[in-house]
Design a protein around this ligand. Sequence first.
Ligand code: MF3
Ligand code: CO
Length: 256
Amino acid sequence: MIEIKSKREIELIKEACKIVALVHKAIENAIKPGITTKELDNIAERVIKENGGIPAQKGYPSYQKGVMPFPSSICASINDEVIHGIPSERVHLKDGDLVSVDLVALKNGYNGDAARTYIVGKGSKEAEKLVEVTRKAFFEGIKFAKPGYRIGDISNAIGEFVEKNGFSVVKEFQGHGIGREMHEDPGIPNYGKPGKGPRIESGMTLAIEPMVIAGNPDICELDDGWTIVTEDGSLAAHYENTILVTENEPKVLTLL
Ligand code: MF3
Ligand code: CO
């Protein structure tokens, strides 16, 4: 069931999203060669709490039996890591690295979710193109986040744009509705057929998140039960915002 949010719920989701945007700004400013992903995690936790929020990813359960809950406030995924990388004090960022940071803040019972891929220092031409195509794919997708379209229209626009640019989308993970729960209906794949899937209606809040690989689309999971890496070792990028569907253009809630 896809929930249509009330005015009050939308205000609360906006507050959570504002925190997420502030955290991304703090992280973007802090990223430099030498910093650890654990230090980025500490910054995120501090900014979330300073703004009255709770880091919703910390302690988030795995759907797999025997896998620890996610231990940190952010996911930090480097280079060939696609999503769900675990921050570590042993991982120092280097010039040219890609680091994808995904985070969810909870405030007053409502969630906001956004991810960005940052380039540490100066990236390769390929890295720059990958990050740019991933970001643009999100904006191609949300052209269809309006009443009158269906979820498949968003999915198709993202997938076609990525492939037209010579990259691959991840098929095993997808965007999602968001609100009281971090993950609500509908699932929003980054590929699919136009005209298919649930109808989009005003008042839906959606986290749309292209996950893009420079090489083959295949992925593997590391032994920690969380980190997803590309099978061929090629670079990956992630770009996600929480949006509100309205009668007109969608509102991107996790941009300042
Ligand atoms: N923020 C992620 C998403 O986009 C979910 C992260 S999984 C967690 O859906 F375990 F880290 F919370
Ligand atoms: Co998400």
